[in-house]
Design a protein around this ligand. Structure first.
Ligand code: LRH
Ligand code: MN
Ligand code: MN
Length: 424
């Protein structure tokens, strides 16, 4: 048994008195701490199956020990995260990196760990060994109808896997685009992509959603067919109600105002969900909040404001997912840090004095508006996130307990020192 109630209980008992002191201080500083804690307790963030192993770059990969070798082991890893923080209650699969074979036994295993299946992801950005046609020149946009059909069929296959597992959404990210001027007729590429997406959309079960993720560049370096939020919005508006845009924080050109994008997509009722990560340069897939925590807070500030204005349920009405993985940290510690950063940004956004902010905005009191936001951001709310974990039987300090309890060594003993998780 790698982690159990007793281990977590002992850890919490050791840290509790310091935690209570911090919590009391926070409660004396922040008006609505109880309401914030309750919202935090309900909030769940899906873990991507492809982030459980050490991510590589095109220059190399340095696998860590004890990485999961199968869907079952990936579920076990997400189960460990969820035990520690009680906020990682879902896993997002990527097909064919994951190939679920026996739905019932996989569902049962996930259920034992308290996990649900979040969005399933299709992959038409790589060629698989058994594949008839190549995606070298694109998938849903391809000039060749047979290639488009193969890509559409793959997406429909992914939906079938999702249905088998109880997932309710499909995320489509396309690397389609071009590397050189003149390579592509943009209008035809758009029309082919739209037609292909319409075929996929037609195969969606009635209670499913389709998320169309955009990305400015990479692997194509001249044009990308779904390159930004405007392009994604243009497709999903044509597809219909079940289709919406997915925002991956790393998929924008430098200095894009992501919080404004989020506010407008919400207003248009076309914001579907998130891939959280952070970056300094491009699609770096770094730990959420590690480089630009203030930006993460500003995004949540718009989310809370916009969702409340629309009467949306914070925990359920958007797909909250992480998409981060890299070369140098233990992937499980990294994911714990990402979840923590997201919860903290959410807590900070919940603590914003909305009435005062609205008044400052109505009065064009710019300095006051900035004071309000920065006051919320600079108030230490970590004790509230920890308290939400304590009340749901998670660990007060997940990373510390993960280290102290020697989980990684046990995984290495079980799975081997050099294992390579399937994925990027
Ligand atoms: C593309 C992306 C997309 C893929 C994942 C592996 O950069 O963000 O979400 O599915 O990475
Ligand atoms: Mn992504
Ligand atoms: Mn990405």
């Amino acid at each position: 048994m790698k982690l159990n109630k007793e281990i977590i209980g002992n850890h919490n008992a050791d840290l509790n008195s310091r935690h209570q002191t911090k919590l009391q201080f926070t409660a004396s500083e922040v008006a609505n701490t109880e309401a914030i804690i309750e919202k935090l307790m309900a909030f769940q963030i899906a873990i991507p199956s492809w982030a459980l192993g050490t991510g590589g770059t095109r220059f190399g990969r340095f696998p860590g020990g004890g990485e999961p070798r199968s869907i079952e082991e990936k579920i076990e890893d997400v189960g460990l995260l969820h035990k520690l923080n009680q906020s990682s209650g879902a896993i997002s699969l990527h097909i064919p990196w994951d190939i679920p074979e026996n739905y019932q036994s996989i569902k049962t295993l996930a259920g034992e760990h308290g996990l649900a299946f979040d969005a399933v992801n299709s992959n038409t950005f790589q060629d698989q060994a058994d594949q008839k046609h190549s995606y070298k020149f694109g998938s849903l946009q391809n000039v060749n109808k047979a290639i488009r059909k193969q890509a559409v069929d793959h997406n429909i296959e992914v939906i079938k896997h999702g249905v088998g597992l109880g997932s309710k959404s499909l995320t489509v990210w396309l690397s389609d685009g071009s590397c050189f001027p003149g390579q592509l007729n943009f209008r035809k590429a758009y029309q082919n992509t739209l037609e292909s997406l319409q075929e996929i959309y037609a195969a969606l079960p009635s209670d499913w959603k389709l998320f169309l993720e955009y990305k400015s560049y990479e692997p194509n370096f001249y044009s990308t067919t779904v390159a930004d939020w405007g392009q994604s919005l243009s497709y999903v508006q044509k597809l219909g109600e079940k289709a919406s845009t997915l925002v991956d924080l790393g998929h924008h050109l430098p200095n894009a105002n992501i919080e404004q994008i989020v506010a407008l997509l919400l207003m248009e009722e076309k914001l579907g969900g998130f891939h959280f990560n952070d970056s300094k340069y491009g699609d770096d897939d770094l730990t959420a909040g590690c480089v630009k925590p203030y930006q993460l807070f500003l995004i949540f500030n718009e989310l809370v404001e916009g969702m409340d204005a629309r009467g949306m349920n914070h925990a359920k009405d958007l797909g909250w997912m992480i998409d981060a993985s890299h070369n140098v940290k233990d992937p499980l510690e990294d994911l714990l840090q990402s979840v923590e950063a997201i919860m903290l940004a959410y807590a900070q956004a919940l603590s914003v004095d909305r009435k005062a902010l609205e008044k400052a905005q109505e009065e064009n009191d710019v300095a006051k508006a900035q004071e309000i936001l920065q006051n919320a951001y600079r108030t230490d709310l970590r004790a509230l996130v920890a308290e939400a974990r304590l009340r749901t039987n998670g660990a007060l300090n997940p990373v510390e307990l993960f280290r102290k309890s020697g989980v990684r060594n046990e995984l290495i003993k079980e799975r081997g020192a050099v294992t390579v998780a399937t994925g990027l």
